[in-house]
Design a protein around this ligand. Sequence first.
Ligand code: MTE
Ligand code: MO
Length: 322
Amino acid sequence: MLNLNSPEFASSEITPKEKFLNRRNLIFGGLAAAGLASEVRKRLPPIGMPTVAFAASKLPTQPGSFSLSGEIVTPKQKATTYNNFYEFGTDKRDPSENAHTMHTRPWTVALEGLCANPKTVDLDTLMRYRPLEDRTYRFRCVEAWSMIVPWVGYPLAELIKFANPLPTAKFVEFISFFNPGQMPEAPSSLGFPYREGLRMDEAMNPLTLLTFGSYGETLENQQGAPVRVIVPWKYGFKSAKSIVKIRFVAKQPETTWNDLGPGEYGFYSNVNPTHDHPRWSQAHERRIDTATFPHTVPTLPFNGYGNQVASLYAGMDLNKFY
Ligand SMILES: Nc1nc2c(c(=O)[nH]1)N[C@H]1C(S)=C(S)[C@@H](COP(=O)(O)O)O[C@H]1N2
Ligand SMILES: [Mo]
């Protein structure tokens, strides 16, 4: 079993699958084509230079559990141009146009707070800690649109087990990257960094995916590269992007949207067709797929994942804990 503490996972190591974005391709593309790729690689500065951006590159994956079948997968082109990532602007198109300014290397994720094994882990180490699975999930935004996206990652539970939370840790807090210099479109009305959270048992649920990619490739910046979570039975805003800290805490953490509008965005935010948002119905969703125009489909309780997660909320009034 791989161990994140092992020295073999030095941060200077890098998988050879990574390709370099535009500038490097322009500069080195010709040489590489001439068969000199390995020579070129030797002369490149080490990965981790802050100016390096990454083009989507193929990830080694294995078929995953809990994957939906029989649903039309949203084309990648649509899933990567219709996004919410307010750090890069409030329009659905903004993230795909602006997020290229975010530097995703070097990147570390700090495991902090109430745990026996706090550690700051380098991204490349994190990505190789467990086998990456392909998991096609339904993804439902609170604004009543949805997509079917094949994500790539492994259960967040694996990393939580590594951190070894203390019995006093009841919640997990996620903090996203924030750098105003790289995110000039971030609206001042929203408190950044973006923060989200889950109860410990939700974070440990096997559906909760520590996500590094989609469509078999690394995440695009606008999707929350280089690492995010996907919590498929909750509204999309619970799935924090571009995570730099995972903190184990005793009390329910403050979260970005819940702070801003507690009457509209609950901490739990389980997908629930019978609990309307104060300004719109949650009974249906616009499915963004191969059709030219999104079509409307009924929203399912827990986004269709009730068999896996309904028991987490046994005895809770889901109209009170929305
Ligand atoms: N850091 C950060 N994470 C975020 C957001 C954000 O604005 N900033 N938006 C959330 C919302 S509202 C949604 S619906 C999903 C969108 O994910 P997608 O663009 O991959 O569909 O990301 C969530 N994670
Ligand atoms: Mo959302």
